[in-house]
Design a protein around this ligand. Structure first.
Ligand code: AR6
Length: 544
């Protein structure tokens, strides 16, 4: 349909190049890429864990696995002098607890407590009424009576089986993706499922405290216990999220997934960052639509996750906005929380190969699981779905005006650029970026400004931009007009970055809604809230 009635403006999707272009080169092991299955991948043959002989690393550079022989847990024993503590291998306790028959939520809770008692007590978790998974009534609310009976008779034993296969499925050490390093880890979808089954059963050691300077305080939490807690804010969202997760386990336990995922930490050192003010790159093509979502209509593009610096944000708690919803409908993203240290300002996490398992409706408080989703996204030569998600965290702004400060603008440009950069791929093969109001919901940013900054970052990274305004038709038209005007005038990324009243009166007029007709030849309605201060000028006064 013609643009006047269509919900989109700009370049038609069909004219954008490189949709479904692989997001990464084929999987290859190297010093900074750990591959935990045997290469090469031959389509149709089962993937084998690698190395063939298990190798454990119980140290600060690798995930401390619950099945490690060095993971010990203090248990109380009745000795001849009364109670005494004895250290036992945690994995023995986990197996003992989970291999006993579990036919009720209370028994499941007791099993989890047997290898997590200290932590549960610390959080007041021993009050049964606080744990909704510990109440069969609540489980029936989540699953329905018949399904909840089936959960204990069929699905839970399968989840436990998947979790306990961990030592034979994940035979190599998983590196932590630490700050200021480019580093990747590739896992099979089955390995990821086993790790997630362990997270569901809360088996990961040392991950149960957020205390400052505890070993993992700069890592997101991974055990699912917070989701089981009925005193959570947004209790109904937690229930819907559990529905999604239980559905995921049902899917992977019924039919083992056969693909592969790569999790990459992308870091740019100061010398790798662009000098924005001298950039000669042009703004990219823009497709902007008021309908559609990044995960659906953005299929085959580089999909932006509006992230928290702790990737996944509140996915295992009460959060339920773009990032949390994405992680819960594609639970393989949740595993990134196991090994991704807090993102710094020039870092992004890129996940390639994740699959979507659930349908949903609503957003925030109205979010609901809506049944199965069959993902038909094609795979690359390494068995990864051609779905790449770039997690970039915008600034969480203390005030609306703060974002216009030059250092904030530069920070956001660098962050978006880090996520959009196709490392190891040639510029002519890069897929467009699918994004939207990044940093403009929970993080309170200005959508016009963020759209412009993302256009600049995409242009700098040689990618076109597909922008979903999430229902906002005014924003769609504003950004479309601004983009059309800037590209008609051949304005470069550098000129935009350099715009200030002194260096670029035209751009500043544009920003201040004073664009004269003779500059464009068209009637121009400048957006309400776009301002364009210089990122170089220190003295620039923001106009109210
Ligand atoms: N597709 C396109 N646009 C969307 C979608 C979607 N699926 N979902 C939401 N939007 P927000 P932030 C639009 O608040 O401000 C999380 O807790 C919609 O207009 O998720 O960067 C993270 O963990 C929405 O208002 O992103 C962080 O802690 C806007 O995108 C924090 O929130 C922003 O979505 C990040 O907050």
């Amino acid at each position: 349909s013609p643009p006047s009635v269509a919900s989109w403006r700009g370049t038609a999707m069909s004219e954008l190049k490189n949709r479904y272009s692989p997001g990464l080169p084929p999987v290859q092991a190297s010093a900074n890429h750990a591959v935990l299955f045997q290469l090469p991948v031959s389509p149709g043959s089962p993937l084998k864990p690698y190395p063939h002989v298990s190798k454990d690393r119980w140290d600060s550079l690798h995930v401390r696995m619950p099945s490690s022989s060095l993971s010990l847990y203090p248990v109380e024993n009745a000795g001849k002098d009364g109670e005494e503590k004895q250290l036992r291998p945690r994995w023995e306790l986990v197996q003992e607890a989970l291999l006993r028959p579990i036919t009720s939520s209370k028994q499941l809770q007791d099993a989890i407590f047997s290898y997590n008692s200290k932590y549960m007590r610390a959080l007041g978790f021993l009050h049964t009424r606080h744990i909704f998974l510990a109440s069969n009534t609540s489980l029936r609310t989540i699953l329905g009576t018949r399904e909840s009976t089936k959960f204990f008779s069929t699905l839970l034993p399968q989840i436990i089986g998947l979790a306990l296969q961990l030592p034979s499925l994940v035979t190599g050490p998983i590196p932590l993706l630490v700050q200021n390093r480019n580093q990747s880890v590739s896992l099979t979808q089955l390995q990821v499922a086993s790790l997630l089954a362990n997270a569901f059963l809360c088996t990961f050691p040392r991950r149960n405290t957020a205390k400052r300077f505890s070993e993992y305080y700069k890592y997101p939490d991974i055990n699912f216990n917070r989701l089981f807690h009925s005193s959570q804010k947004r209790f109904s969202c937690c229930i819907e999220k559990l529905r999604c997760l239980i559905h995921y386990f049902h899917r992977v336990c019924t039919k083992s997934p056969v693909g592969v995922l790569t999790y990459s930490r992308q870091y740019l050192s100061p010398s790798q960052l662009p000098d924005w003010t001298i950039s000669k790159k042009f703004l990219p093509h823009l497709h902007i639509s008021s309908s559609g979502t990044i995960e659906k209509e953005g299929d085959g593009f580089l999909q932006v996750d509006f992230a928290n610096k702790m990737v996944g944000g509140g996915v295992l708690g009460s959060g339920c906005v773009q990032e949390e919803i994405r992680f819960i409908i594609c639970p393989e993203l949740i595993v990134s929380r196991l090994f991704t240290e807090e993102l710094n300002s020039t870092e992004a996490l890129i996940v390639t190969g994740c699959e979507r398992y659930s349908n949903y409706v609503g957003y925030g408080d109205t979010f609901e699981w809506l049944g199965d989703y069959v993902d038909t996204t094609p795979r690359d030569s390494s068995g990864r779905r051609l779905c790449t998600v770039a997690a970039i965290d915008a600034l969480n702004l203390p005030s609306v005006t703060a974002q216009f400060a030059p250092n904030c603008l530069r920070r956001e440009l660098n962050k978006a650029y880090t996520g959009f950069l196709g490392m190891g791929l040639s510029a002519d093969k890069l897929s467009p970026v699918a994004t939207g109001n990044w940093g403009c919901g929970a993080f309170r940013g200005d959508a016009h400004l963020k759209a412009l900054l993302q256009l600049m970052a995409a242009g700098q990274a040689d990618r076109d931009l597909v922008y979903f305004t999430f229902g906002d038709t005014q924003l769609r038209d504003d950004v479309y007009e601004i983009h059309a005007m800037l590209t008609n005038h051949g304005i470069t990324v550098g000129q935009l970055a350099h715009a200030s009243p002194r260096t670029s009166p035209m751009l500043v007029k544009l920003a201040l809604k004073q664009v004269p007709r003779d500059l464009t030849g068209n009637k121009t309605r400048a957006p309400a809230s776009l301002t364009l201060p210089s990122i170089t000028s220190r003295n620039y006064q923001q106009t109210p």
